[in-house]
Ligand binder design. Structure first.
Ligand code: GLN
Length: 250
């Protein structure tokens, strides 16, 4: 690296590794798009992205800069539960150490204490987040608009029957202006803890909410290189996607 932070050989500010958790079993409503957005925005910011998939039984990568995890049916959550428990200490240590993470819906639930399904099965979580989730007979479906203190208006799509309650160890991502979010009673959506962002919103989330993508990238770069030097992302498509998503009815 030169003093300006740019590798004189390949012109990159450095490599950022994005690890997608369980894409084989936990990847619905376009959640994989979150990893693709991080890949493209890392390039725009001048970094070299490296995208890795981690599935049940894989060796866990030795270096991890950003974790992303998607949603899944209750059945997918059952498939990954043992492997996730085996990785609990690693993921907790990373979260405590400030690694940026984005977990959506099914993995949001399992980053909490537990998910008790509608049929009464208890899928243990890994307790990164002080939240618990109870399956209900009510399915919460539709477009969502959330007011957040950190990322402005967050837009996305929810589809879940689990309802999540936040404990005192986390704060909500925001409050819902349209849609339901964590549960049908308190008006909160998502959870924030250290550099972990958890949300029910698919769509996928990051193409419509580049502020969250850039938060993850900035945090990863600062954690790895001590500094983040932004580049010049092309936000035209993100803006169009936001306008379109904001106009959708519930
Ligand atoms: N199976 C969980 C629920 O219905 C998560 C669904 C999802 O990830 N979309 O609550």
């Amino acid at each position: 690296m030169s003093q300006a932070g740019v590798d004189p050989v390949n012109g990159s500010k450095g490599t950022i590794r994005v690890v997608q958790l369980y894409p084989r079993d936990m990847n619905i409503y376009g959640d994989w798009g979150n990893a693709l957005v991080l890949q493209q925005r890392l390039r725009w910011h001048g970094y070299t992205p490296e995208l890795l998939e981690y599935n049940v039984g894989d060796p866990f990568p030795d270096t991890v800069d950003i974790i992303v995890g998607g949603g899944g049916q209750d059945s997918g959550q059952l498939v990954i539960q043992d492997d996730l428990q085996a990785r609990a200490a690693t993921l907790k240590d990373l979260a405590e150490d400030g690694a940026p993470m984005l977990v959506i819906c099914g993995l949001y639930q399992l980053f909490g204490h537990f998910f008790k399904t509608r049929t009464g099965a208890v899928i243990p979580g890994i307790g990164v987040l002080d939240v618990e989730t109870h399956g209900t007979d009510e399915r919460l479906i539709g477009n969502v608009k959330v007011s957040t203190p950190e990322f402005g208006e967050v837009l996305g799509y929810e589809n879940h029957s689990g309802q999540t309650r936040l404990g005192s160890g986390v704060r909500p991502l925001g409050s819902v202006a349209k849609g339901t979010g964590n549960n049908s009673s308190d008006g909160h959506e998502g959870a924030r803890y250290r550099n972990v962002v958890a949300s029910y919103l698919h769509g996928s989330l990051l193409p419509k909410n580049p502020a969250i993508a850039d938060f993850l990238i900035r945090t990863a770069a600062e954690r790895k290189f001590g500094t983040f030097e932004p580049g010049h992302p092309d936000d035209r498509f993100a803006e169009l996607a936001r306008e379109h998503a904001a106009r959708r009815p519930r």
